[in-house]
Design a protein around this ligand. Structure first.
Ligand SMILES: CC(C)(COP(=O)(O)OP(=O)(O)OC[C@H]1O[C@@H](n2cnc3c(N)ncnc32)[C@H](O)[C@@H]1OP(=O)(O)O)[C@@H](O)C(=O)NCCC(=O)NCCS
Length: 199
């Protein structure tokens, strides 16, 4: 399926409405239209990035947001949604890539994100993550389809987890990826750090 990636235009009321409707397709995350609209308005704040995928009929079929942190060195990817009817055609991956490119162009080294496990889809749920978190992350098992696998396919690594972020035993799985382009002038080689490796 062919889509174009564009910035969400604050003046384009049709796209703004479609963006809110897209969020509403996931009521477990955005349970009401006014919440969805408020999220879209927040994404349009000047320091943020909001990209969307539009099909050949100019219908919005996916959206991704980005928020700078750590003086713009780290960007958080949130939210990411693809229209249910259009999933499985590479649109999610394309949106993630576009967000990474935009963040890198604005000075990001790293993109991070959190993906919740609300229903025991992974072995990081329903356990005490304060006990051996590193080991549990290294040996994570996916019991049901979970979006952390999608992000692995986009090149992200699990970099931690927030225990009980959504209630006892319901963690937020933190993932990250280096998005900065290597450049010849870089003074600090990661190889020189203990256990370090270059991209
Ligand atoms: C997650 C989401 C954005 C993926 O979008 P998509 O357009 O269907 O994804 P793509 O087609 O680009 O998929 C790329 C790869 O990831 C896999 N994948 C996609 N969604 C997945 C999921 N939920 N769990 C595991 N793997 C997934 C695909 O099978 C594909 O694998 P392949 O390259 O081996 O064929 C979409 O399912 C969605 O909007 N979900 C609801 C909201 C959500 O969960 N957002 C992320 C929360 S942090």
């Amino acid at each position: 399926m062919k889509v174009r990636i564009i910035s969400l235009d604050r003046q384009n009321r049709k796209h703004r409405r479609q963006a809110a409707e897209l969020l509403l397709e996931n009521p477990e995350l955005w349970p009401a239209m006014e919440i969805a609209r408020a999220v879209i308005n927040t994404l349009l704040a000047p320091n943020r990035v909001c990209l969307c995928a539009v099909d050949d009929k100019d219908r919005l079929v996916g959206i991704v947001g980005g928020l700078p942190d750590y003086d713009g060195i780290v960007w958080e990817l949130h939210p990411l949604v693809v229209k249910k009817a259009n999933r499985g055609h590479g649109i999610g991956k394309k949106l993630v890539k576009s967000l990474e490119k935009e963040a890198a162009a604005r000075g990001a080294i790293t993109v991070i994100l959190g993906t919740d496990d609300l229903d025991g889809s992974t072995s990081l749920a329903e356990v005490d993550l304060y006990d051996n978190m590193g080991g549990r992350i290294a040996n994570i098992v996916c019991r049901k389809r979970h979006s952390y696998e999608f992000y692995l396919k986009c090149g992200y690594s699990i970099i931690g987890a927030i225990p009980d972020a959504n209630g006892m035993g319901k963690p937020d799985i933190l993932m990250g990826k280096r998005v900065a382009k290597k450049h010849k002038g870089r003074k600090t080689s990661l190889k020189s750090l203990p256990g370090g490796k270059t991209e």
